[in-house]
Design a protein around this ligand. Structure first.
Ligand code: ITT
Length: 234
């Protein structure tokens, strides 16, 4: 390990979803030279963490803790950062919500694709006039930071919400998951009609990351760790 690497704190993106990595990395990569961002596949980790909790907060923390525990020896100073996200549709009583990844019914042992889930959502909303919805992300961090005595351990969660509505049919080519059918109130476009930078300028995920970065800044300052943490480049 080089000196630079030794002085750095690894931010490990605790997700198996590479579409999330594509959005999270630019939000975290330039906040401070103190941090180096790694996706799990870049450090040879391939794990499937079962989401057994019933809330976004619970599942985000579960994923951050699992990755932290797995990598604590390898990365003495590290922040495992997980994201759990749900699409909440008012007329469906908040569904698919925490079950957004597993919404469309599938034969035993099979997981739905993004397309299966979108199709199931549009079918479930057939004939429903009230199409209001919101996206909510919860970012959970479990970290170990350098401190004068033993490493300082912390956990923190932060959330971000964006209001919108479900379109009658998919629109746009970019994004992932439910992006083609989620029309953002403030812009009148679906997320799929935005580039990653445009989505990151306003999304549920980037709002949660912004709050997480502010919390992180406070934690570093409280422990006398010099940093030049800036907000994510929106
Ligand atoms: P990890 O748990 O490994 O992070 P996941 O895909 O299972 O990956 P979630 O449980 O948080 O992650 O995501 C639930 C689903 O919600 C996800 O599979 C997508 O279909 C959808 N989703 C999440 N974020 C989204 C976004 O920004 N835009 C559109 N759909 C999104």
């Amino acid at each position: 390990m080089t000196d630079t690497a030794r002085n750095q704190i690894a931010i490990i993106l605790a997700t198996g979803n590479r579409d999330k990595v594509r959005e999270l990395r630019p939000l975290l990569e330039h906040i401070s030279p103190l941090f180096r961002v790694f996706a799990l596949h870049e450090i040879g980790v391939n794990v499937d963490i079962e989401e057994t909790e019933t809330t976004l907060e619970g599942n985000a923390l579960l994923k951050a803790r699992a990755i932290f525990d797995l990598l604590a020896e390898r990365f003495p100073f590290m922040i495992a950062l997980a994201d759990d996200t749900g699409l909440e549709v008012g007329s469906l009583n908040g569904a698919p919500g925490v079950y957004s990844a597993r919404y469309a019914p599938m034969p035993e042992g099979e997981s739905p694709t993004y397309k299966d889930n979108v199709k199931h959502l549009l079918r479930s909303m057939n004939g429903i006039a009230d199409r209001t919805a919101r996206f909510r992300s919860v970012i959970a961090m479990k970290g170990s930071l350098p401190s004068s005595q033993s490493p300082f351990l912390f956990e923190k969660i932060a959330d971000g919400v964006v209001h919108g509505s479900i379109t009658l049919e998919p629109k746009g080519d970019d994004g992932f998951g439910y992006d083609p059918v989620f029309l953002v109130d403030s812009t009148g476009n679906t997320y799929s009609e935005m580039s990653i930078a445009e989505k990151n300028a306003l999304s549920h995920r980037s709002l949660a990351v912004q709050k997480a970065i502010i919390a992180l800044k406070d934690i570093l300052a409280a422990h006398g760790i010099p940093s030049t943490v800036t907000n994510a480049p929106l």
